[in-house]
Design a protein around this ligand. Structure first.
Ligand code: ADP
Ligand code: ZN
Ligand code: ZN
Length: 816
């Protein structure tokens, strides 16, 4: 009898592929193990075994697998089930979910590019002939594709060899070039064995009277080592207040011995623990209510104003699950901005905190993956959306913090999933408790509490009864008319800043735009330089004297004359964070300012550095985009200034008003988090706008009611579901025709499903590709699965039409 396995291949193909295995292999293999399989003419992919069976495929000739990679499953059965749910709900393939989930080093394939790791010294004696050949080839060629390695070795089974070299860290995958893995080491210091004995030590110390620094060092080490504790060299230096040179001398004199040890980075934090705070009455009540909802199996929304102490409640819930030996997932929108939170949790839970994020390098991610699947200890995993795809074992609590954040949604590429929504599904699969937290919940989640689907728990006051900041509107129309503006700063804002600085406080300035000024415009002919690849004006960047495209990264020097009419009267229009920074420097020349936006925070550590500067008081003012709003907890900020609220209000999107409310409320929440009441000034041309009024009175309830009515009226979520199809191609007409063809096909769906479009979005061309949108709107009476299946079917026929071969089509479910 023949044996077969069905394999998930990381490609956008809907079905599984069968391969032949031997009886022994079939016996050994389990679902979730990785195998290398041939695919197409000459490609090799890493696939995941889905199941093992005995029925040969009928429609194609079956091939043998190349090799078995794993000894135990890399992916759990439950994970596979969850991946299938994502693929089905978000209309993509399980292979695409697999690609998003697996750290790249678990996913070697023909196209993977390897390079030599110049950071490790190569010990040739460890290499066998084949490995040697590869290393030699890399000397000459710098980079090799897995394909090419096959050619060099004249064999197909090269993955184990490459895995071995990866393990030795002799090679790395190309995408990690910028974050090469170095095992982190710590130098530990010991007293040489002959001085362990008391009299010997005494004699030594007496002999050192003329070298007091060295004596201090030895004395201190003796004390620190009490009870056989490990002492790091750095620690000794700090505690004895001696220089590295002193330690070195002692090592040379063979009084001290130094040893370097690798630390497992995941477990490195040995921060001293902290006891839990005692909860305040309001917090305790909220915690009890949350547990009450949990006991009824209800997903719960914790609506707590900014700084109400939500995190302390999470901490209690986490502690409870850790004590039970369970895993906890703590999902965050932008992990880059959560150094503060990680530090805080590490104080409580030390090495039981794991961080998983795409900014971490591959080996770090792999370490977390392995810790989670082995589950030797309970952990709380803090992560951005991809953490949801980890191989959880006994996941019993999911916390989704700042649940209203839009960055939980992956917009590109597939799977275009919303991590909050998918987390709720995962939670149900795992029978885990699910807690959503926010000071400004999304309309959808709050709506779910009003219809009894979610439990609701509210925390209405700030911790320590600190008052929420006072919000005041500044009317820009009036200020301009009365000539009370200096640049983009009103006299009111300047005055309040002066007071804040005089009191030794810090100020946050919020401008929802990066760059110096969005565009450069010719005063003579009105022309604004455009991106050659996209339908947008280029953005003016003062700092690098550049014009940049924010869509494709195209950049060029600022022209001296207008490319259209050669006039030199070029002017900047609108304003961004860089310009605010410049103006600030003129207004307050003796104050220090830092900027936080996508341009100033590219490196892995740059955000942390900015946060630290604010924390230590090294800067007086922080200006930034919406990055500022995400959960930062600064102690000394008394004033928040919003330079202009208008562009947020006028954004053409059905969620613009809701988002504006979130953003402004969140950024306001950065003010006055300690004793004194903070102040927020919002500059706007429309100070009477209902959203701004609701922000100023913290009136979430009214905002919710009004926005919900509009959603109902215009048939938007949560009343209707939206699916957006995007078509992209170089040619305008083909793109439009593709969209039209699809609309016609979809219009044959049962009655009542609205199909809108094809329509060009605001920016109709990006990276030289035109795009059109088609929107499918369905009401409660429709069965989404049926309609999605239909969309899949239409898409399959679409892809087989010759004329549309080169048109890319993607499906975005819940595209908001
Ligand atoms: P939120 O997450 O709701 O914005 P946090 O949990 O960050 O609020 O709490 C705000 C501040 O108050 C933090 O600095 C936190 O350490 C402090 N805090 C909250 N609860 C307590 C408590 N029970 N005892 C002492 N300090 C607390
Ligand atoms: Zn011109
Ligand atoms: Zn561009």
């Amino acid at each position: 009898m023949s044996h077969y396995i069905d394999v998930i291949i990381p490609l956008p193909l809907e079905r599984l592929f069968a391969y032949r295995v031997t009886a022994a292999e079939a016996d050994f293999l389990q679902p979730g193990m990785r195998v290398a399989v041939p695919f197409g003419k000459s490609k090799i992919y890493t696939g995941i075994v889905h199941h093992i069976h005995q029925s040969p495929p009928l429609s194609y000739e079956v091939k043998d697998i190349e090799l078995i990679i794993d000894e135990s499953p890399t992916v759990t059965r439950e994970q596979l089930k969850f991946w299938k749910w994502i693929a089905s709900y978000y209309v993509c393939s399980v292979g695409q979910v697999m690609r998003a989930a697996l750290p790249k080093s678990l996913l070697l394939e023909s196209e993977t590019v390897v390079i030599k790791n110049t950071d490790t010294e190569i010990d040739e004696s460890l290499l066998d002939d084949k490995q040697f050949l590869i290393m030699e080839a890399l000397e000459h060629r710098q980079i090799l594709k897995v394909d090419e390695v096959m050619d060099i070795l004249e064999r197909k089974t090269v993955l184990p060899i490459l895995h071995k070299l990866l393990e030795l860290e002799y090679i790395i995958l190309q995408e990690e070039v910028y974050s090469t893995y170095k095992p982190k080491t710590v130098k530990y210091i010991f007293l040489a064995p002959q001085f362990k004995e008391e009299t010997a030590l005494k004699n030594l110390l007496e002999a050192m009277t003329r070298a007091p620094k060295q004596r201090d060092a030895v004395m201190t080490l003796f004390m620190l080592q009490a009870g056989n504790k490990l002492v790091a060299s750095k620690q000794l230096q700090d505690r004895a207040e001696v220089s590295r040179a002193v330690i070195k001398t002692l090592i040379e004199k063979e009084i001290l011995i130094e040893e370097e040890h690798a630390v497992d980075r995941v477990l490195e934090e040995k921060a001293s623990g902290r006891d839990l705070f005692e909860l305040q009455t309001a917090q305790q009540r909220a915690l009890d209510e949350v547990k009450e909802h949990f006991s009824k199996g209800k997903t719960t929304l914790l609506l707590g104003v900014t700084s109400s102490g939500k995190t302390e409640i999470y901490v209690r819930l986490i502690q409870e699950q850790l004590d039970l030996g369970n895993q906890i997932l703590y999902l965050l929108p932008e992990i880059a901005l959560t150094t503060q939170l990680i530090a805080r949790l590490k104080k409580y839970f030390k090495h039981q905190v794991l961080v998983y994020h795409s900014k971490y390098n591959l080996n770090e991610r792999l370490e977390v993956w392995n810790h989670v699947i082995q589950a030797k200890e309970p952990f709380v995993i803090i992560g951005a959306r991809s953490a949801l795809l980890l191989p959880f074992q006994n996941l019993k609590l999911i916390i989704i913090d700042e649940e209203h954040e839009t960055s939980f949604k992956q917009f590109d590429p597939d799977p275009r999933y919303h991590a909050r929504d998918a987390a709720v599904v995962l939670g149900h699969m795992k029978e885990a408790q699910i807690l959503l937290g926010s000071a400004t919940p999304s309309l959808e989640s709050y709506y779910n509490t009003t219809i009894g689907k979610y439990g609701l728990v509210e925390l209405k006051e700030r911790y320590g009864k600190v008052l929420l900041p006072e919000v005041q509107m500044v009317d820009l129309k009036d200020k301009h008319k009365r000539k009370k503006m200096k640049g983009h700063f009103s006299d009111t804002l300047i005055e309040h800043m002066q007071v804040a600085f005089k009191n030794g406080n810090q100020v946050i300035l919020f401008q929802n735009r990066r760059g110096y000024a969005p565009i450069l415009e010719c005063n003579t002919c009105g022309n604004a330089p455009q991106c050659p690849n996209c339908d947008v004006s280029l953005t003016f960047h003062q700092y690098k004297k550049q014009l940049r495209c924010h869509y494709c990264g195209y950049n060029t020097f600022i022209p001296e004359e207008c490319p259209a009419c050669t006039s030199t009267a070029l002017d900047t229009k609108g304003f961004g964070t860089q310009q605010i920074e410049e103006e600030f420097k003129e207004l307050f020349p003796d104050k220090k300012i830092a900027r936080m936006d996508l341009d100033s925070t590219r490196g892995k550590k740059s955000i942390e550095r900015i946060i630290e500067k604010v924390d230590t008081g090294a800067i007086d003012c922080l200006v930034g985009t919406q990055m500022l709003t995400k959960g930062l907890d600064f102690r000394n900020v008394s004033l928040v200034g919003v330079l202009s609220a208008d562009n947020m209000l006028n954004f053409p999107d059905f969620r613009a008003h809701e988002r504006c409310f979130h953003l402004l409320t969140q950024v306001s929440g950065r003010a006055g988090r300690t004793a004194e009441r903070g102040k927020v000034l919002i500059q706007s041309y429309n100070p009477e706008h209902q959203i701004l009024q609701q922000v100023s009175t913290y009136d979430y309830g009214t905002m919710f009611k009004e926005q919900l009515q509009e959603r109902y009226h215009f048939k938007y979520p949560p009343f209707q579901r939206l699916i957006r199809l995007t078509f992209k191609q170089r040619d305008y007409n083909t793109t439009l025709q593709a969209g039209q063809w699809f609309v016609n096909a979809l219009n044959q769906i049962e009655h009542g499903v609205e199909v809108l479009g094809p329509e060009f979005p605001l920016v109709a061309r990006v990276r030289n590709l035109y795009q059109v949108h088609v929107i499918v709107k369905m009401g409660k009476q429709h069965h989404p699965k049926t309609i999605k299946d239909y969309i899949r079917k239409v898409k399959r026929s679409f892809e087989s039409i010759k004329q549309f071969r080169s048109v890319r089509c993607n499906v975005d479910v819940d595209c908001y």
